[in-house]
Design a protein around this ligand. Structure first.
Ligand code: PEP
Ligand code: MG
Length: 578
Protein backbone atom coordinates (compact mmCIF):
# COMPACT_ATOMS: atom_id res chain seq x y z
CA UNK A 1 0.00 0.00 0.00
CA UNK A 2 2.70 2.49 1.07
CA UNK A 3 2.31 5.85 -0.60
CA UNK A 4 -0.83 4.83 -2.43
CA UNK A 5 -2.69 6.37 0.47
CA UNK A 6 -1.86 9.92 1.36
CA UNK A 7 -3.31 12.09 4.04
CA UNK A 8 -3.84 15.82 4.32
CA UNK A 9 -6.24 18.16 6.09
CA UNK A 10 -9.89 17.98 5.05
CA UNK A 11 -10.66 21.42 3.63
CA UNK A 12 -13.96 21.12 1.75
CA UNK A 13 -16.40 18.19 2.00
CA UNK A 14 -17.32 15.71 -0.71
CA UNK A 15 -15.81 12.79 -2.56
CA UNK A 16 -14.36 12.85 -6.09
CA UNK A 17 -12.65 10.40 -8.43
CA UNK A 18 -10.61 11.64 -11.35
CA UNK A 19 -7.28 11.92 -13.10
CA UNK A 20 -4.55 13.98 -11.50
CA UNK A 21 -3.62 17.16 -13.31
CA UNK A 22 -0.68 19.09 -11.94
CA UNK A 23 -0.91 22.82 -11.96
CA UNK A 24 2.61 24.12 -12.12
CA UNK A 25 2.54 27.82 -12.87
CA UNK A 26 4.99 28.62 -15.67
CA UNK A 27 8.38 29.29 -14.30
CA UNK A 28 8.58 32.78 -15.66
CA UNK A 29 12.18 32.71 -16.78
CA UNK A 30 13.69 36.12 -16.83
CA UNK A 31 16.87 36.33 -18.82
CA UNK A 32 19.14 38.85 -17.22
CA UNK A 33 19.94 40.50 -20.51
CA UNK A 34 20.68 44.12 -20.85
CA UNK A 35 17.70 46.09 -21.99
CA UNK A 36 17.19 48.19 -25.06
CA UNK A 37 17.55 51.83 -24.26
CA UNK A 38 16.28 52.82 -20.82
CA UNK A 39 13.52 54.73 -22.55
CA UNK A 40 12.27 51.67 -24.44
CA UNK A 41 12.37 49.50 -21.29
CA UNK A 42 10.53 52.12 -19.23
CA UNK A 43 7.82 52.30 -21.89
CA UNK A 44 7.51 48.49 -21.95
CA UNK A 45 7.14 48.41 -18.20
CA UNK A 46 4.57 51.20 -18.20
CA UNK A 47 2.49 49.37 -20.79
CA UNK A 48 2.69 46.06 -18.89
CA UNK A 49 1.67 47.79 -15.64
CA UNK A 50 -1.22 49.58 -17.30
CA UNK A 51 -2.48 46.38 -18.90
CA UNK A 52 -2.15 44.52 -15.60
CA UNK A 53 -4.03 47.30 -13.80
CA UNK A 54 -6.84 47.10 -16.34
CA UNK A 55 -6.90 43.31 -15.95
CA UNK A 56 -7.15 43.58 -12.16
CA UNK A 57 -9.84 46.25 -12.34
CA UNK A 58 -11.87 44.10 -14.72
CA UNK A 59 -11.42 41.11 -12.43
CA UNK A 60 -12.59 43.09 -9.39
CA UNK A 61 -15.61 44.47 -11.26
CA UNK A 62 -16.65 41.13 -12.76
CA UNK A 63 -16.28 39.10 -9.58
CA UNK A 64 -17.20 41.58 -6.87
CA UNK A 65 -20.16 39.39 -5.96
CA UNK A 66 -18.24 36.12 -5.96
CA UNK A 67 -15.17 37.16 -3.99
CA UNK A 68 -14.95 37.34 -0.23
CA UNK A 69 -14.12 40.75 1.31
CA UNK A 70 -10.62 39.41 2.08
CA UNK A 71 -10.01 38.41 -1.54
CA UNK A 72 -11.34 41.73 -2.82
CA UNK A 73 -9.04 43.55 -0.42
CA UNK A 74 -6.07 41.54 -1.75
CA UNK A 75 -6.82 42.47 -5.37
CA UNK A 76 -7.37 46.09 -4.45
CA UNK A 77 -4.05 46.13 -2.61
CA UNK A 78 -2.39 44.50 -5.64
CA UNK A 79 -3.85 47.18 -7.88
CA UNK A 80 -2.29 49.86 -5.62
CA UNK A 81 1.03 48.00 -5.62
CA UNK A 82 1.32 48.55 -9.38
CA UNK A 83 1.68 52.30 -8.74
CA UNK A 84 3.74 52.07 -5.58
CA UNK A 85 6.21 54.98 -5.79
CA UNK A 86 9.01 53.27 -3.82
CA UNK A 87 8.83 50.13 -5.92
CA UNK A 88 8.74 52.12 -9.16
CA UNK A 89 11.67 54.33 -8.15
CA UNK A 90 13.74 51.24 -7.38
CA UNK A 91 12.80 49.50 -10.64
CA UNK A 92 13.49 52.58 -12.76
CA UNK A 93 16.87 52.99 -11.16
CA UNK A 94 17.75 49.40 -12.13
CA UNK A 95 16.57 50.08 -15.68
CA UNK A 96 18.76 53.19 -15.78
CA UNK A 97 21.69 50.95 -14.93
CA UNK A 98 21.02 48.93 -18.10
CA UNK A 99 18.68 46.13 -16.98
CA UNK A 100 15.70 44.97 -19.03
CA UNK A 101 12.23 45.89 -17.78
CA UNK A 102 11.51 42.29 -16.70
CA UNK A 103 14.79 41.84 -14.82
CA UNK A 104 14.36 45.18 -13.03
CA UNK A 105 10.71 44.49 -12.17
CA UNK A 106 11.43 41.00 -10.88
CA UNK A 107 14.27 42.29 -8.69
CA UNK A 108 12.06 45.09 -7.33
CA UNK A 109 9.23 42.71 -6.47
CA UNK A 110 11.60 40.23 -4.83
CA UNK A 111 13.01 43.00 -2.64
CA UNK A 112 9.56 44.07 -1.43
CA UNK A 113 8.53 40.44 -0.83
CA UNK A 114 11.73 39.73 1.10
CA UNK A 115 11.18 42.82 3.27
CA UNK A 116 7.65 41.66 4.09
CA UNK A 117 8.79 38.11 4.86
CA UNK A 118 11.38 39.44 7.27
CA UNK A 119 8.77 41.23 9.40
CA UNK A 120 7.74 39.47 12.62
CA UNK A 121 4.02 39.93 11.96
CA UNK A 122 2.41 36.93 10.16
CA UNK A 123 -0.10 39.28 8.51
CA UNK A 124 2.67 41.07 6.63
CA UNK A 125 4.54 37.84 5.96
CA UNK A 126 1.44 36.51 4.23
CA UNK A 127 1.28 39.65 2.09
CA UNK A 128 4.63 38.69 0.47
CA UNK A 129 2.87 36.01 -1.62
CA UNK A 130 0.29 38.58 -2.77
CA UNK A 131 3.08 40.91 -3.89
CA UNK A 132 4.77 38.09 -5.82
CA UNK A 133 1.42 37.24 -7.38
CA UNK A 134 0.94 40.74 -8.80
CA UNK A 135 4.61 40.71 -9.76
CA UNK A 136 4.02 37.62 -11.92
CA UNK A 137 1.00 39.24 -13.52
CA UNK A 138 3.19 42.06 -14.87
CA UNK A 139 6.02 39.66 -15.77
CA UNK A 140 3.66 37.54 -17.85
CA UNK A 141 2.80 40.64 -19.83
CA UNK A 142 6.45 41.56 -20.33
CA UNK A 143 7.40 38.04 -21.40
CA UNK A 144 4.32 37.53 -23.56
CA UNK A 145 3.23 34.43 -21.57
CA UNK A 146 -0.53 33.85 -21.35
CA UNK A 147 -2.59 33.61 -18.12
CA UNK A 148 -1.23 30.54 -16.43
CA UNK A 149 -4.32 28.65 -15.37
CA UNK A 150 -5.53 26.76 -18.45
CA UNK A 151 -7.35 23.63 -17.37
CA UNK A 152 -7.87 20.62 -19.66
CA UNK A 153 -11.31 20.23 -21.27
CA UNK A 154 -12.12 17.08 -19.28
CA UNK A 155 -12.71 17.69 -15.54
CA UNK A 156 -9.66 16.78 -13.46
CA UNK A 157 -8.46 16.48 -9.89
CA UNK A 158 -6.25 19.53 -9.68
CA UNK A 159 -2.99 19.16 -7.75
CA UNK A 160 -0.87 22.15 -6.85
CA UNK A 161 1.66 23.24 -4.34
CA UNK A 162 -0.67 26.08 -3.42
CA UNK A 163 -2.91 28.55 -5.21
CA UNK A 164 -2.48 32.30 -5.42
CA UNK A 165 -5.39 34.76 -5.22
CA UNK A 166 -5.16 35.24 -9.02
CA UNK A 167 -5.38 31.50 -9.62
CA UNK A 168 -8.44 31.17 -7.43
CA UNK A 169 -10.22 34.02 -9.19
CA UNK A 170 -9.69 32.60 -12.68
CA UNK A 171 -10.33 28.93 -11.96
CA UNK A 172 -13.22 27.36 -13.85
CA UNK A 173 -15.13 25.24 -11.30
CA UNK A 174 -16.82 23.14 -13.99
CA UNK A 175 -13.47 21.60 -14.87
CA UNK A 176 -12.26 20.82 -11.37
CA UNK A 177 -13.58 17.69 -9.64
CA UNK A 178 -11.45 18.22 -6.54
CA UNK A 179 -8.52 20.31 -5.35
CA UNK A 180 -5.47 18.96 -3.54
CA UNK A 181 -2.53 21.05 -2.37
CA UNK A 182 0.73 20.11 -0.70
CA UNK A 183 0.94 23.40 1.22
CA UNK A 184 -1.68 25.45 3.03
CA UNK A 185 -4.10 24.92 5.89
CA UNK A 186 -7.89 25.00 6.12
CA UNK A 187 -7.85 28.80 5.81
CA UNK A 188 -5.64 28.95 2.69
CA UNK A 189 -6.97 30.56 -0.49
CA UNK A 190 -7.40 27.11 -2.05
CA UNK A 191 -9.50 25.86 0.89
CA UNK A 192 -11.73 28.94 1.04
CA UNK A 193 -12.31 28.84 -2.71
CA UNK A 194 -13.12 25.14 -2.72
CA UNK A 195 -15.68 25.52 0.06
CA UNK A 196 -17.33 28.43 -1.70
CA UNK A 197 -17.56 26.52 -4.97
CA UNK A 198 -18.59 23.26 -3.32
CA UNK A 199 -15.57 21.34 -4.65
CA UNK A 200 -14.09 18.60 -2.41
CA UNK A 201 -10.62 19.60 -1.24
CA UNK A 202 -7.68 18.29 0.77
CA UNK A 203 -4.84 20.65 1.68
CA UNK A 204 -1.50 20.42 3.47
CA UNK A 205 -0.61 16.96 2.12
CA UNK A 206 3.08 17.86 2.22
CA UNK A 207 5.94 16.82 -0.03
CA UNK A 208 4.46 13.31 -0.43
CA UNK A 209 1.97 14.72 -2.95
CA UNK A 210 4.90 15.18 -5.34
CA UNK A 211 5.01 11.41 -6.02
CA UNK A 212 1.56 11.47 -7.66
CA UNK A 213 2.23 11.42 -11.39
CA UNK A 214 0.21 13.37 -13.93
CA UNK A 215 -2.79 11.33 -15.12
CA UNK A 216 -2.88 8.99 -12.08
CA UNK A 217 -6.42 8.02 -11.06
CA UNK A 218 -7.15 9.53 -7.65
CA UNK A 219 -9.85 9.24 -5.02
CA UNK A 220 -10.14 12.44 -2.98
CA UNK A 221 -12.13 12.42 0.24
CA UNK A 222 -12.65 15.99 1.43
CA UNK A 223 -14.40 14.75 4.58
CA UNK A 224 -11.53 12.67 5.93
CA UNK A 225 -8.57 14.30 4.16
CA UNK A 226 -7.58 10.98 2.56
CA UNK A 227 -6.28 10.44 -0.98
CA UNK A 228 -5.93 7.09 -2.73
CA UNK A 229 -3.71 6.95 -5.82
CA UNK A 230 -4.51 4.21 -8.39
CA UNK A 231 -7.43 2.83 -6.34
CA UNK A 232 -8.39 -0.84 -6.60
CA UNK A 233 -11.76 -1.72 -8.15
CA UNK A 234 -13.29 -2.07 -4.68
CA UNK A 235 -11.89 1.26 -3.57
CA UNK A 236 -13.31 2.91 -6.69
CA UNK A 237 -16.72 1.34 -6.16
CA UNK A 238 -16.78 2.44 -2.55
CA UNK A 239 -15.73 5.99 -3.51
CA UNK A 240 -18.35 6.16 -6.27
CA UNK A 241 -21.05 5.14 -3.81
CA UNK A 242 -19.90 7.81 -1.35
CA UNK A 243 -19.83 10.39 -4.12
CA UNK A 244 -23.39 9.56 -5.21
CA UNK A 245 -24.63 9.86 -1.64
CA UNK A 246 -22.81 13.16 -1.20
CA UNK A 247 -24.31 14.60 -4.40
CA UNK A 248 -27.80 13.33 -3.57
CA UNK A 249 -27.63 14.71 -0.06
CA UNK A 250 -26.42 18.05 -1.34
CA UNK A 251 -29.31 18.28 -3.81
CA UNK A 252 -31.90 17.18 -1.23
CA UNK A 253 -30.51 19.50 1.41
CA UNK A 254 -30.70 22.43 -1.01
CA UNK A 255 -34.37 21.77 -1.73
CA UNK A 256 -35.29 21.70 1.95
CA UNK A 257 -33.03 24.58 2.94
CA UNK A 258 -35.83 27.06 3.53
CA UNK A 259 -37.58 24.73 6.01
CA UNK A 260 -36.68 24.99 9.70
CA UNK A 261 -34.21 22.57 11.26
CA UNK A 262 -36.22 20.31 13.55
CA UNK A 263 -35.05 16.99 14.98
CA UNK A 264 -37.17 13.88 14.32
CA UNK A 265 -38.82 14.37 17.70
CA UNK A 266 -39.66 18.02 17.18
CA UNK A 267 -36.79 19.95 18.82
CA UNK A 268 -36.10 23.08 16.81
CA UNK A 269 -32.63 24.60 16.42
CA UNK A 270 -32.11 28.04 14.94
CA UNK A 271 -29.77 27.99 11.94
CA UNK A 272 -28.17 31.31 11.09
CA UNK A 273 -25.42 32.63 8.83
CA UNK A 274 -22.02 34.21 9.28
CA UNK A 275 -21.88 37.23 7.03
CA UNK A 276 -19.18 39.71 6.06
CA UNK A 277 -20.63 41.50 3.02
CA UNK A 278 -23.87 42.41 1.28
CA UNK A 279 -23.40 39.49 -1.08
CA UNK A 280 -23.07 37.10 1.88
CA UNK A 281 -26.27 38.51 3.36
CA UNK A 282 -28.17 37.84 0.14
CA UNK A 283 -26.72 34.33 -0.11
CA UNK A 284 -27.72 33.71 3.51
CA UNK A 285 -31.36 34.48 2.77
CA UNK A 286 -31.34 32.36 -0.42
CA UNK A 287 -29.84 29.41 1.43
CA UNK A 288 -32.34 29.41 4.26
CA UNK A 289 -30.71 31.38 7.10
CA UNK A 290 -33.15 32.25 9.86
CA UNK A 291 -30.93 35.10 10.95
CA UNK A 292 -27.33 36.24 11.10
CA UNK A 293 -25.46 34.87 14.09
CA UNK A 294 -22.26 36.71 13.27
CA UNK A 295 -21.88 39.83 11.19
CA UNK A 296 -18.13 40.42 10.96
CA UNK A 297 -17.49 44.16 10.71
CA UNK A 298 -13.73 44.06 10.15
CA UNK A 299 -14.20 44.95 6.47
CA UNK A 300 -15.04 48.49 7.61
CA UNK A 301 -11.73 48.92 9.42
CA UNK A 302 -8.97 47.28 7.40
CA UNK A 303 -6.81 48.50 4.51
CA UNK A 304 -7.48 52.19 5.00
CA UNK A 305 -5.75 55.17 6.49
CA UNK A 306 -8.53 56.65 8.65
CA UNK A 307 -11.10 55.06 10.96
CA UNK A 308 -14.64 54.74 9.51
CA UNK A 309 -16.90 57.43 10.97
CA UNK A 310 -20.46 56.97 12.21
CA UNK A 311 -22.17 58.03 8.98
CA UNK A 312 -20.02 55.78 6.84
CA UNK A 313 -20.80 52.84 9.10
CA UNK A 314 -24.51 53.57 9.00
CA UNK A 315 -24.37 53.65 5.21
CA UNK A 316 -22.60 50.29 5.20
CA UNK A 317 -24.94 48.56 7.69
CA UNK A 318 -28.27 49.72 6.29
CA UNK A 319 -28.37 47.85 2.93
CA UNK A 320 -26.91 44.80 4.59
CA UNK A 321 -29.61 44.76 7.26
CA UNK A 322 -32.33 45.50 4.71
CA UNK A 323 -31.26 42.40 2.76
CA UNK A 324 -32.03 40.36 5.89
CA UNK A 325 -35.66 41.39 5.89
CA UNK A 326 -36.24 41.64 9.62
CA UNK A 327 -34.41 38.44 10.64
CA UNK A 328 -32.40 38.79 13.86
CA UNK A 329 -28.82 39.96 13.25
CA UNK A 330 -25.88 39.73 15.64
CA UNK A 331 -23.40 42.49 14.81
CA UNK A 332 -19.96 41.84 16.23
CA UNK A 333 -17.94 44.88 17.18
CA UNK A 334 -14.58 45.13 15.45
CA UNK A 335 -12.13 42.27 15.95
CA UNK A 336 -9.06 44.01 14.55
CA UNK A 337 -5.61 44.85 15.78
CA UNK A 338 -3.07 42.18 16.62
CA UNK A 339 -2.74 40.13 13.48
CA UNK A 340 -4.55 42.73 11.37
CA UNK A 341 -2.83 46.06 12.11
CA UNK A 342 -4.59 49.35 11.58
CA UNK A 343 -2.75 52.12 9.80
CA UNK A 344 -4.54 54.82 11.78
CA UNK A 345 -3.72 53.57 15.26
CA UNK A 346 -0.25 53.61 16.74
CA UNK A 347 0.19 49.97 17.74
CA UNK A 348 3.49 48.55 18.86
CA UNK A 349 4.51 45.43 16.90
CA UNK A 350 3.42 42.44 18.96
CA UNK A 351 5.43 39.26 19.26
CA UNK A 352 2.27 37.14 19.67
CA UNK A 353 -0.53 39.07 17.97
CA UNK A 354 -3.16 36.43 18.76
CA UNK A 355 -2.33 36.88 22.44
CA UNK A 356 -1.96 40.62 22.18
CA UNK A 357 -4.02 43.76 21.80
CA UNK A 358 -6.94 42.90 19.52
CA UNK A 359 -10.71 43.33 19.48
CA UNK A 360 -12.10 44.67 22.77
CA UNK A 361 -8.59 45.03 24.18
CA UNK A 362 -8.07 47.63 21.48
CA UNK A 363 -11.48 49.13 22.22
CA UNK A 364 -10.46 49.69 25.84
CA UNK A 365 -7.43 51.62 24.71
CA UNK A 366 -9.48 53.58 22.16
CA UNK A 367 -13.02 53.74 23.57
CA UNK A 368 -14.05 56.38 21.02
CA UNK A 369 -13.68 53.77 18.26
CA UNK A 370 -16.12 51.48 20.07
CA UNK A 371 -18.59 54.25 20.88
CA UNK A 372 -18.73 55.33 17.22
CA UNK A 373 -19.46 51.77 16.16
CA UNK A 374 -22.11 51.23 18.84
CA UNK A 375 -23.83 54.48 17.91
CA UNK A 376 -23.89 53.49 14.24
CA UNK A 377 -25.26 49.99 14.99
CA UNK A 378 -28.00 51.30 17.29
CA UNK A 379 -28.89 54.17 14.95
CA UNK A 380 -29.78 51.69 12.18
CA UNK A 381 -33.01 51.21 14.14
CA UNK A 382 -33.14 47.66 12.67
CA UNK A 383 -35.76 45.88 14.80
CA UNK A 384 -33.84 42.76 15.88
CA UNK A 385 -30.28 43.89 16.26
CA UNK A 386 -27.93 42.26 18.74
CA UNK A 387 -24.51 43.65 19.58
CA UNK A 388 -21.76 41.15 20.33
CA UNK A 389 -18.34 41.73 21.87
CA UNK A 390 -15.42 39.54 20.72
CA UNK A 391 -12.45 38.23 22.73
CA UNK A 392 -13.82 38.86 26.20
CA UNK A 393 -11.48 37.26 28.77
CA UNK A 394 -12.52 38.74 32.12
CA UNK A 395 -15.73 39.66 33.94
CA UNK A 396 -14.32 43.12 34.48
CA UNK A 397 -14.13 43.59 30.69
CA UNK A 398 -17.74 42.60 30.09
CA UNK A 399 -18.90 44.91 32.89
CA UNK A 400 -17.07 47.77 31.25
CA UNK A 401 -18.45 46.88 27.79
CA UNK A 402 -22.01 46.61 29.07
CA UNK A 403 -21.54 49.98 30.76
CA UNK A 404 -20.45 51.66 27.52
CA UNK A 405 -23.32 49.98 25.67
CA UNK A 406 -25.93 51.24 28.17
CA UNK A 407 -24.41 54.72 28.13
CA UNK A 408 -24.52 54.96 24.34
CA UNK A 409 -28.10 53.71 24.42
CA UNK A 410 -29.11 56.35 26.96
CA UNK A 411 -27.42 59.14 25.00
CA UNK A 412 -29.18 58.16 21.80
CA UNK A 413 -32.53 57.84 23.55
CA UNK A 414 -32.06 61.28 25.10
CA UNK A 415 -31.36 62.67 21.63
CA UNK A 416 -34.64 61.17 20.41
CA UNK A 417 -33.19 58.38 18.23
CA UNK A 418 -35.48 55.47 17.36
CA UNK A 419 -33.71 52.46 18.82
CA UNK A 420 -34.15 48.81 17.78
CA UNK A 421 -37.24 47.27 19.36
CA UNK A 422 -35.63 43.99 20.31
CA UNK A 423 -32.12 45.06 21.25
CA UNK A 424 -29.71 42.66 22.97
CA UNK A 425 -26.05 42.73 23.95
CA UNK A 426 -23.98 39.58 24.27
CA UNK A 427 -20.46 38.28 24.10
CA UNK A 428 -18.42 35.74 22.22
CA UNK A 429 -17.00 32.93 24.23
CA UNK A 430 -13.71 32.19 22.53
CA UNK A 431 -11.24 32.31 25.40
CA UNK A 432 -11.23 29.39 27.86
CA UNK A 433 -11.43 31.73 30.88
CA UNK A 434 -14.80 33.02 29.65
CA UNK A 435 -16.11 29.49 29.11
CA UNK A 436 -15.02 28.18 32.50
CA UNK A 437 -16.45 31.22 34.28
CA UNK A 438 -19.56 31.58 32.09
CA UNK A 439 -21.87 31.71 35.14
CA UNK A 440 -20.07 34.84 36.35
CA UNK A 441 -20.39 36.50 32.92
CA UNK A 442 -24.06 35.59 32.44
CA UNK A 443 -25.58 38.46 34.48
CA UNK A 444 -23.92 40.97 32.14
CA UNK A 445 -25.13 39.59 28.82
CA UNK A 446 -28.33 38.67 26.99
CA UNK A 447 -26.65 35.78 25.16
CA UNK A 448 -23.43 33.89 24.56
CA UNK A 449 -22.09 32.90 21.15
CA UNK A 450 -19.21 30.44 21.18
CA UNK A 451 -16.39 31.13 18.72
CA UNK A 452 -14.95 27.67 18.34
CA UNK A 453 -12.16 28.79 15.98
CA UNK A 454 -10.45 30.82 18.64
CA UNK A 455 -11.69 28.68 21.52
CA UNK A 456 -9.96 25.65 19.95
CA UNK A 457 -6.76 27.55 19.24
CA UNK A 458 -6.53 28.89 22.79
CA UNK A 459 -7.60 25.63 24.44
CA UNK A 460 -5.05 23.54 22.55
CA UNK A 461 -2.41 26.31 22.31
CA UNK A 462 -2.20 25.85 18.54
CA UNK A 463 -2.08 28.88 16.24
CA UNK A 464 -5.00 28.47 13.84
CA UNK A 465 -3.06 30.24 11.05
CA UNK A 466 0.00 28.01 11.28
CA UNK A 467 -0.37 24.96 8.99
CA UNK A 468 2.22 23.08 11.06
CA UNK A 469 -0.14 22.95 14.04
CA UNK A 470 -3.53 23.76 12.48
CA UNK A 471 -4.65 20.16 12.88
CA UNK A 472 -4.18 20.44 16.64
CA UNK A 473 -6.60 23.37 16.89
CA UNK A 474 -9.45 20.90 16.45
CA UNK A 475 -12.85 22.11 17.62
CA UNK A 476 -14.08 18.47 17.82
CA UNK A 477 -11.61 17.92 20.65
CA UNK A 478 -13.44 16.80 23.81
CA UNK A 479 -11.71 19.59 25.76
CA UNK A 480 -13.48 22.13 23.53
CA UNK A 481 -16.77 20.23 23.73
CA UNK A 482 -16.60 20.21 27.54
CA UNK A 483 -16.12 23.98 27.53
CA UNK A 484 -19.18 24.30 25.28
CA UNK A 485 -21.18 22.26 27.76
CA UNK A 486 -20.15 24.55 30.62
CA UNK A 487 -21.26 27.62 28.66
CA UNK A 488 -24.61 26.11 27.66
CA UNK A 489 -25.38 25.02 31.21
CA UNK A 490 -24.41 28.38 32.72
CA UNK A 491 -26.27 30.30 30.01
CA UNK A 492 -29.46 28.31 30.36
CA UNK A 493 -29.37 28.45 34.16
CA UNK A 494 -29.40 32.25 33.83
CA UNK A 495 -32.08 32.22 31.10
CA UNK A 496 -29.69 33.22 28.27
CA UNK A 497 -29.64 31.70 24.79
CA UNK A 498 -26.40 30.15 23.60
CA UNK A 499 -25.14 29.98 20.01
CA UNK A 500 -22.06 28.65 18.26
CA UNK A 501 -20.62 30.76 15.43
CA UNK A 502 -17.20 29.16 14.81
CA UNK A 503 -16.56 26.85 11.85
CA UNK A 504 -17.65 23.87 13.96
CA UNK A 505 -21.26 25.03 13.63
CA UNK A 506 -21.06 24.51 9.84
CA UNK A 507 -19.90 20.88 10.10
CA UNK A 508 -22.76 18.43 9.57
CA UNK A 509 -20.81 15.93 11.66
CA UNK A 510 -20.83 18.34 14.62
CA UNK A 511 -24.58 19.05 14.40
CA UNK A 512 -25.74 16.18 16.68
CA UNK A 513 -23.04 17.02 19.22
CA UNK A 514 -23.97 20.70 19.45
CA UNK A 515 -27.69 19.98 19.46
CA UNK A 516 -27.12 17.28 22.07
CA UNK A 517 -25.16 19.71 24.23
CA UNK A 518 -28.16 22.04 24.16
CA UNK A 519 -26.91 24.79 21.84
CA UNK A 520 -29.85 26.96 20.74
CA UNK A 521 -28.44 28.54 17.59
CA UNK A 522 -25.85 27.47 15.02
CA UNK A 523 -24.33 30.14 12.78
CA UNK A 524 -22.21 29.24 9.76
CA UNK A 525 -21.04 30.13 6.25
CA UNK A 526 -24.22 30.43 4.15
CA UNK A 527 -23.22 27.52 1.87
CA UNK A 528 -23.13 25.16 4.85
CA UNK A 529 -26.74 25.82 5.88
CA UNK A 530 -28.62 23.23 3.77
CA UNK A 531 -26.36 20.35 4.81
CA UNK A 532 -26.42 21.26 8.52
CA UNK A 533 -30.20 21.58 8.52
CA UNK A 534 -30.40 18.18 6.82
CA UNK A 535 -28.06 16.69 9.44
CA UNK A 536 -30.17 18.04 12.32
CA UNK A 537 -33.32 16.53 10.83
CA UNK A 538 -31.82 13.02 10.95
CA UNK A 539 -31.50 12.89 14.73
CA UNK A 540 -33.73 12.42 17.75
CA UNK A 541 -32.86 14.85 20.53
CA UNK A 542 -32.38 12.02 23.02
CA UNK A 543 -29.96 10.23 20.65
CA UNK A 544 -28.02 13.45 20.11
CA UNK A 545 -27.82 14.00 23.88
CA UNK A 546 -26.45 10.57 24.55
CA UNK A 547 -23.97 10.91 21.66
CA UNK A 548 -22.76 14.24 23.05
CA UNK A 549 -22.37 12.68 26.48
CA UNK A 550 -20.22 9.91 25.01
CA UNK A 551 -18.19 12.44 22.99
CA UNK A 552 -17.25 14.27 26.19
CA UNK A 553 -15.62 11.06 27.41
CA UNK A 554 -13.31 10.54 24.41
CA UNK A 555 -9.59 11.24 24.28
CA UNK A 556 -9.32 13.08 20.97
CA UNK A 557 -11.12 14.94 18.20
CA UNK A 558 -10.52 11.98 15.89
CA UNK A 559 -12.23 9.63 18.36
CA UNK A 560 -15.20 12.02 18.55
CA UNK A 561 -15.53 12.06 14.75
CA UNK A 562 -15.37 8.27 14.61
CA UNK A 563 -18.03 8.07 17.28
CA UNK A 564 -20.43 10.29 15.34
CA UNK A 565 -19.79 8.46 12.06
CA UNK A 566 -20.46 5.14 13.68
CA UNK A 567 -23.71 6.37 15.25
CA UNK A 568 -25.07 8.45 12.36
CA UNK A 569 -28.60 7.50 11.34
CA UNK A 570 -28.92 6.61 7.64
CA UNK A 571 -28.45 8.26 5.24
CA UNK A 572 -25.73 10.18 6.93
CA UNK A 573 -22.13 11.10 7.32
CA UNK A 574 -21.28 7.45 8.03
CA UNK A 575 -20.98 6.77 4.28
CA UNK A 576 -18.65 9.72 3.75
CA UNK A 577 -15.74 7.79 5.19
CA UNK A 578 -14.80 4.16 4.96
C1 PEP B 1 -14.29 32.24 16.19
O1 PEP B 1 -13.25 32.56 16.75
O2 PEP B 1 -14.77 31.09 16.25
C2 PEP B 1 -15.04 33.24 15.40
C3 PEP B 1 -16.24 32.96 14.91
O3 PEP B 1 -14.44 34.43 15.15
P1 PEP B 1 -13.29 34.66 14.06
O4 PEP B 1 -13.18 33.41 13.23
O5 PEP B 1 -13.72 35.86 13.28
O6 PEP B 1 -12.09 34.90 14.91
MG1 MG C 1 -12.71 34.65 16.95
Amino acid sequence: MGERRLRGLPASPGVAIGRAWWYRPDELRVVRRHGESAEVERARLRQAREESAAELEALIAARRDRLSPEELAIFEAQRLMLDDPDLLARVEETIERGASAEAAWEAGIQTVAAQLRALPDPYFQARAADVEDVGRRVLRRLLGVSEALELPEQPVVMLAEDLTPSDTATLDPARVLALVTSAGGPTSHAAILARRLGIPAVVGVGAALGVVAEGTLLVVDGNSGELIASPSVEEQTSAEARRRIWLAERAAAGEAAAEPAVTRDGHRVEVAANVGSLEDARAAVRLGAEGVGLLRTEFLYLDRTTAPDEEEQLTAYRPLLEALEGRPVVVRTFDVGGDKPLLYLPLEPQPNPFLGVRAIRLARRHPELLRVQLRAILRTGYPAVRVMFPMVATVEEIRWLRGVFEEVKRELEAAGAKLPRDLQAGMMVEIPSAAVLADRFAPWVDFFSIGTNDLAQYTLAADRTNPAVAELADAFHPAVLRLIRIVVEAGHAAGRWVGVCGELAGEPLAAPLLVGLGVDELSMAPVAIPAVKAAIRRWMLAEARSLAEQALGQDSGAAVRDLVRAAAPLPGPRESSD
